[in-house]
Ligand binder design. Structure first.
Ligand code: Q9C
Ligand code: ZN
Length: 664
């Protein structure tokens, strides 16, 4: 599996700018690039990347998407005087040209293609292109919204023709609708295009009815164009993540792309004068992290908009940090999507239900009458009233913690020959005898052998390091998973963990004590054997018995249930215990574990039976190497599975609000 992260940047793309007075275009300034790059340097991220040289795109590449006539128009601007440049600009909407526009547009596109080459050839796993001019508004024969050539659209055509890629996902998280990308691919089923955008019932630029949720694609491409219009400003972290769980990701996993391209505009971030949304920089870490689980981690992130320099540069930094696999800061704010966001999500799900099995059986419906006034809960943060620079300065200090010195602590019996990768540290020594005996005796009186005592003793030491962030995560091998898990839960709570999210897979012989004080939330994934128990707010069960097969639909349970529940709960520690008679496969367990690293600053404790070599190796892949593997292909869930989940959901979603995917 390829590794490494590429970065494309060249200061020559700062050599064009607006030469006359035009308030609409004045925000698109060269400093957008330099301030982002500077921030990356300050965070020490640039040197950790493979820096790719830029190049000009060729005419053949430009005309993969654009008309030769339009290419000629852009070419001519090279030798124009200011009046002529102004004249040409006026032929388009929200566009401006400079004598260096053509050169920079060729570099911007060429840089994007360099990134695609690096990722597709396997030189790197993923990467980011810091470029301008942006691209997603530009059309076959049109400049639009500061965009000259459609970088991402050309990149998709290029990947299709040069690398024979059959399925590409384009995620457009810019706050504007990338109508250019929509027009280019609306009848093309090989490109799944998702865009959310400020819409306000059509009153926001570019004021197009085709930006609404009911533009779903045309002809063979029907179902492959996904619009999620935001009808209110102030959308924040919970709204964005809910949109990923309930609209984008289920479709994306079912689609199973071979390449992910992101039209990464940061005008959807807090403080941006265009977007007026509230998402904080770490939100982009979460979005990036989730997308890294598609296409074997082949993801190219390409800059589009973003006009608040500080917000832009912090969000760019969080995105790149995540590509580099640093721990993901916890998502801040209340995890409650607002009413208007839920309306949009509900409608988008409904119009796409006929084309995607994961929506089809979930009985979607259209919102009867869309609310126009703000019924939103909670009140959107008033980003205007706040000094965004000050806010961000504080916010970043608050959420960024030093990366723990050890990535993974492993608790293993001394004689266990494990083939452990770099970044792992074996937990040596153990809290033996009395403390381990005490810890175990609470749950069990009869099974006190040396092996168990040793394993529990080491695990107790590891939990201390995990809670105090001396290690990012921990894999504990145990002769008795259920017993170790019971001990671990208790110990974590004693050490000060306030909320432990505890997932068990398969059968557990004993159950940890579950209190209902909210200090633990336990989610049990049953296999065949279903134990009689009463669920509660903090203890929930569901049946998912696909067995260890290659092609599963477990992604659906993760997105519809597990992750929204975990994000709602906002744990400070994740525990995963894998018991016997597992009802899901190794890949599913790896995907579950990997995605849960988005929570609790990545503090994950996985407890596995010491004989389960395959699971140990899969988990070390995701925990130690944060390696992106091909988790797919998946098959869509059956009606029965969906209805099973829905029973659990109906009660839980009134309290755990990220579970909700419709307005009511
Ligand atoms: N107040 C990009 O973000 N002006 N382009 C809209 C509404 C045009 C944005 C005016 C915004 C273009 C790449
Ligand atoms: Zn934009």
């Amino acid at each position: 599996m390829a590794s490494g992260t590429a970065l494309v940047y060249d200061e020559e793309m700062m050599s064009y700018q607006l030469l006359w007075d035009d308030p609409e275009c004045a925000i698109e300034v060269p400093e957008r690039l330099s301030s982002s790059y500077k921030r990356l340097q300050d965070y020490g991220l640039v040197n950790r990347c493979v820096q790719l040289p830029i190049r000009e795109a060729t005419e053949d590449e430009i005309t993969l998407v654009h008309s030769p006539e339009y290419l000629e128009v852009v070419k001519k601007t090279q030798t124009m005087d200011v009046d002529e440049l102004k004249e040409t600009s006026k032929k388009f909407i929200a566009a401006y040209f400079h004598q260096k526009s053509y050169r920079c547009a060729k570099l911007s596109l060429g840089g994007t293609l360099q990134l695609v080459d690096a990722v597709m050839s396997g030189d790197v796993q993923n990467g980011m292109a810091l470029i301008r001019p942006p691209g997603h508004h530009s059309q076959r024969s049109e400049s639009n919204g500061f965009c000259v050539f459609n970088n991402v659209a050309v990149a998709a055509e290029y990947a299709k023709s040069k690398y024979n890629v059959q399925r590409i996902l384009i995620v457009d998280w810019d706050v504007h609708h990338g109508q250019g990308i929509q027009y280019i691919f609306e009848d093309d089923p090989s490109v799944l295009y998702f865009s959310w955008h400020r819409y306000e019932h059509g009153s926001f630029w570019p004021n197009l009815s085709e930006s609404d949720y009911d533009s779903i694609g045309k002809g063979r491409g029907t179902g492959f164009n996904v619009n999620l219009p935001w009808n209110q400003i102030g959308m924040g972290n919970a709204d964005y993540v809910a949109a990923f769980f309930h609209v984008l990701l289920p479709l994306a996993f079912e689609f199973n792309p071979q390449l992910v391209l992101v039209s990464a505009g940061y005008d959807s971030g807090i403080g941006d004068p265009e977007g007026r949304m509230c998402a904080t920089p770490e939100c982009f870490s979460h979005l990036t992290h989730m997308l890294m689980h598609l296409a074997g981690g082949r993801i190219c992130i390409i800059l589009e908009g973003g006009y608040h320099l500080r917000s832009l540069s912090e969000s760019v930094s969080m995105t790149l940090r995540t590509l580099l696999k640093d721990p993901i800061p916890r998502l801040s704010g209340e995890m409650i999507p607002c009413y208007s966001a839920l309306e949009s999500i509900q409608n988008a799900r409904h119009v796409h239900a006929p084309y995607w099995k994961c929506l089809l059986y979930d009985e979607t419906s259209l919102v009867q009458e869309i609310s126009t006034k703000g019924l939103s809960t909670p009140e959107p943060i008033d980003a205007d009233a706040l000094d965004v620079d000050d806010f961000l300065e504080n916010h970043m200090k608050k959420i960024l913690h030093p990366t723990p010195p050890v990535t993974t602590l492993v608790v293993a019996p001394a004689e266990n020959k494990l083939n452990l990768p770099e970044g792992v540290q074996l937990q040596e020594g153990a809290l033996t005898s009395q403390k381990a005996i005490d810890a175990i005796s609470v749950f069990n009186q009869d099974e006190l052998n040396d092996n168990l005592l040793n394993s529990v003793g080491k695990m107790l030491l590891s939990i201390e390091k995990l809670v105090n962030r001396k290690t990012r995560n921990c894999i504990a091998l145990s002769p008795n998973v259920a017993l170790s898990a019971a001990v671990a839960i208790k110990e974590a709570s004693l050490l000060g963990s306030k909320r432990v999210f505890f997932v068990t897979v398969g059968n557990m012989d004993i159950e940890p004590e579950m209190t209902n004080d909210g200090k633990t939330m336990c989610l049990t994934i049953f296999g065949e054997k279903e134990v009689e128990r009463t669920p509660s707010q903090y203890h929930t069960f569901f049946k998912w018995n696909e067995g260890p097969r290659d092609c599963s639909s477990f992604f659906y349970a993760l997105l519809r249930f597990l992750l929204p529940l975990a994000y709602s709960y906002q744990p400070d520690l994740i525990m995963i215990a894998i018991g016997s008679k597992k009802s899901i496969g190794t890949k599913d367990i790896a995907l579950l574990t990997s995605l849960l690293q988005g929570l609790a600053d990545g503090a994950v404790l996985a407890i596995v039976k010491e004989t389960e070599k395959e699971i140990i190796s899969a988990l070390s892949n995701v925990l130690v190497n944060c390696s992106s593997m091909f988790f797919g292909p998946y098959k869509p869930p059956t009606k029965e599975y969906i209805q099973n989940l829905k029973q659990e959901l109906s009660v839980l979603q009134t309290k755990w609000r990220m579970l909700q995917c419709f307005a009511k």
